[in-house]
Design a binder for this molecule. Structure first.
Ligand code: CP3
Length: 343
């Protein structure tokens, strides 16, 4: 079968016969098959066994009929290669054993050598490229979002320690963001060399920042990050949650595709980002729990807002919730494909 490359064409804003769709967290706890695998293996064990990571990556591709696969891994994985000790705690998330608060701790981070310390990630990518008939998306966490876990030591609502470091110890913050930017560039480049056909940068928690702080403490690193990926020639998606006040700055930072959450209507978001970029989004993941006719109508509403313009990739505004019925995801794929093919 010829490969379905609609996702890559949409990233490049080329016209496509129908709108491509994939879902953040399309592999995960909402799937009975994933839960069965998780009874035997921890999340990190799955990430570190290439055959298992590839199997889990493939599950939703076949079940849902999506137009792209995303490597099964976690944003924390490359941190193990620079010397950070962490665990992923059940129903909590990443927990870092010794949170980073000092310049000495930042300077103790090692440069990342992906082939040495993360060979299983690159091997999973190679396996997947042999198996997949849709493009494979590699990914990395963005420096701010990674820093938030490193500095807080665990998931946070207020990012108090992270912001305190930005304001009170800018030299520590700059050193940390420098190291993380370099790590992400190195890591994403290794993924593309292994066969990843696009990269998504997850700045999931950057919406916690005021625009002025984004400009001062984050934007310069993000510009350097995207510049460091440009010559690879693969599309780069720039995603964050709660970024309604930051969309113009995210555009300025970079990315061929800007990921938008559900709090901003897609037509307004795209107008602000500019039509010279592609956009990805933006159904509220909670709508997958709504009655079928409500879900269908809200899916079509997003397609109307995209207005048939080349460069829309349909996705959720954030990851699939564990409570989601798999059938709801299948129906969204069906609606996106048929509604846009007809138009
Ligand atoms: O299908 C996919 O999207 C690929 C898999 C994927 C995982 N993590 C697996 C995972 C991806 C893309 C990530 C990225 C990730 N990890 C992000 C950015 C994306 C986002 O959601 O904003 C972040 C912030 C993390 C950190 C992290 N890891 C969190 C917040 C959690 C959830 C904690 C919980 O239990 O609710 C994790 C654990 C994690 N990573 C799970 C999965 C499927 C949870 C399920 C499990 O433990 O099996």
């Amino acid at each position: 079968m010829a490969k379905n490359d609609l996702f890559l064409r949409a990233c490049r804003r080329e016209p496509v016969p129908y709108t491509p769709v994939w879902f953040m967290r399309q592999a995960g706890r909402y799937q009975p098959e994933y839960r069965a695998i998780r009874e035997k293996y921890s999340l990190l064990e799955i990430c570190r066994q290439p055959e298992l990571a590839a199997t889990v990556t493939l599950l939703p591709v076949r079940q849902l009929g999506v137009d792209a696969a995303i490597l099964f891994s976690d944003i924390m994985i490359p941190l193990s290669g620079v010397g950070v000790e962490f665990e992923i705690r059940e129903s909590v998330g990443p927990v870092v054993h010794r949170p980073i608060r000092t310049l000495a701790q930042v300077e103790a981070l090692r440069p990342l050598e992906p082939e040495e310390s993360l060979p299983y990630v690159l091997e999973a990518i190679r396996i997947l490229r042999r198996e997949l008939e849709v493009p494979l998306i590699g990914f990395a966490g963005a420096p701010f979002t990674l820093a938030s876990y490193l500095v807080e030591g665990r998931p946070s609502r207020s990012y108090t320690n992270t912001k305190a470091m930005m304001y009170r110890a800018p030299e520590v913050w700059q050193a940390l963001m420098d190291r993380l930017t370099e790590m992400v560039v190195t890591y994403a480049r290794a993924q593309v060399r292994a066969g990843a056909e696009a990269i998504q940068i997850f700045d999931s928690w950057v919406g916690a920042l005021a625009p002025e702080d984004y400009r001062t403490y984050v934007l310069p690193y993000m510009q350097r990050l995207f510049a460091g990926l440009r010559d690879l020639g693969v599309p780069v998606i720039h995603f964050g949650v709660g970024t309604g006040a930051l969309l113009e700055l995210m555009r300025e930072a970079g990315g061929d595709v800007i990921g938008v959450d559900w709090r901003v209507p897609l037509d307004q978001a795209w107008q602000r980002i500019g039509y010279d970029r592609a956009v990805q989004g933006n159904l509220d993941p909670a709508l997958l729990l709504a009655p079928p006719e409500v879900l269908a109508e809200r899916t079509r509403a997003i397609l109307r807002q995209a207005g048939g313009r080349p460069g829309h990739i349909f996705n959720l505004g954030h990851g699939v919730l564990p409570e989601t019925p798999p059938d709801a995801l299948r129906r969204v794929v069906e609606i996106v494909h048929t509604a846009t093919a007809a138009g």
